[in-house]
Design a protein around this ligand. Structure first.
Ligand code: ZN
Length: 77
């Protein structure tokens, strides 16, 4: 039994798919499985614990790579 929760997500509308496909003119982002408690699963916070974005860290990393923005989020930490 394969327990990996690999899936794909659209960076524009957050639609998910179990198969790689195109959405909003771009390939959906691949999301591999993460260990429970993985830092990347948590929302990003600044040094005072304020929520910067509700999007999980892995998503921001993927979105940054794919779309070239999001770098500013990481300057705060
Ligand atoms: Zn979409």
């Amino acid at each position: 039994m394969n327990e990996d929760c690999n899936f794909y997500i659209c960076s524009t509308c957050f639609a998910t798919s179990e198969e790689p496909r195109e959405c909003h003119g771009e390939m959906m982002i691949h999301c591999g499985s993460f260990a429970p408690g993985d830092e990347r699963l948590k929302p990003l916070m600044d040094s005072e614990g304020n929520l910067i974005t509700s999007a999980p860290r892995w998503y921001l990393e993927k979105a940054k790579l794919q779309q070239g923005y999001g770098r500013d989020y990481f300057r705060h930490t």
